[in-house]
Design a protein around this ligand. Structure first.
Ligand code: HEC
Ligand code: HEC
Length: 212
């Protein structure tokens, strides 16, 4: 009886300790992102549209991506080597740091036509019956704020060039770190024109004031 009690108490204590370790420390993270800022910007707002903004992204999603790059589950010649020196704790701290930052918006280029944005909005909010495309909103939320518990990333305000590149990567299955093929199934149903449209629509969404 006593042994069982001691065992359960020990289990609870170790779970609590595990939980304490798992929480990232954003202040510690600020000291660990010096190399990252060259591409992702000092506070996770990258200037180059091929490099994703990390500011305001959910820590759970960022952490999964860092683990995936390190394990090879997601691969990119520029980004993968960056994760090699990072410990699990570094990744927790870095994810906490970037998720605490505020995303800066990048206005959609004036050359993008209104009908492109309209097509993107229709796809995002309603999907497409003809191709069996589900609404992006069903997982990423009406304002594209994502869902931290489910590790669905926030998309609002992301550079269109980066979003389009990821949709192409899922479509051609060069990116395949999505659980249960969720994004490969979606992207496989998108034409190149639709990828461009939905990516531009997403860049125009504000992370600060999500649409209802
Ligand atoms: C030389 C430029 C460069 C540097 C330096 C760099 N990254 Fe990246 N990062 C990229 C590129 C390019 C991608 C997109 C990769 C792809 O297309 O799959 C990326 C993607 C990411 C992603 C995935 C974002 C998402 O929305 O899925 C995370 C997280 C990330 N980087 C974190 C970091 C961290 C942390 C560091 C520093 C330790 C870092 N990066 C350093 C270029 C860089
Ligand atoms: C069934 C749920 C689901 C639906 C529907 C869905 N997504 Fe996703 N999406 C996900 C998940 C899960 C991920 C994260 C994959 C991972 O773990 O790397 C993701 C990731 C993404 C990414 C990568 C973000 C980044 O920062 O790298 C983009 C872009 C994206 N989705 C766009 C879309 C668009 C556009 C649509 C609609 C055409 C859509 N998604 C529909 C679940 C979904």
């Amino acid at each position: 009886m006593l042994n069982k009690f001691a065992y359960i108490t020990g289990l609870i204590l170790s779970l609590m300790a595990g939980h304490a370790l798992a929480a990232g420390d954003a202040t510690a993270g600020a000291q660990k992102i010096v190399t990252c800022t060259a591409c992702h910007g000092p506070n996770g707002n990258s200037m180059n549209p091929a490099w994703p903004k990390l500011a305001g992204q959910h820590a759970e999603y960022l952490l999964k991506q860092l683990h995936d790059f390190k394990s090879g589950n997601r691969s990119n010649p520029t980004m993968s080597p960056m994760t090699a020196p990072l410990s699990d704790q570094d990744m927790e701290d870095i994810a906490a740091y970037f998720s605490n930052q505020t995303m800066q918006e990048t206005p959609v280029a004036a050359s993008v036509e209104a009908k492109t944005i309209q097509l993107g909005e229709n796809l995002y909010r309603a999907g497409a019956a003809k191709s069996g495309l589900p609404a992006c909103m069903a997982c990423h939320g009406p304002g594209a704020a994502g869902n931290p518990a489910a590790k669905y990333p926030a998309l609002a305000g992301q550079h269109a060039a980066y979003t389009a590149a990821q949709l192409q990567a899922f479509k051609t299955e060069t990116r395949k770190n999505d659980a249960n093929n969720m994004m490969r199934d979606v992207a496989g149903k998108l034409s190149n024109e639709e990828i461009e449209a939905v990516s531009q629509y997403i860049q125009g969404l504000s992370q600060a004031a999500p649409a209802k």
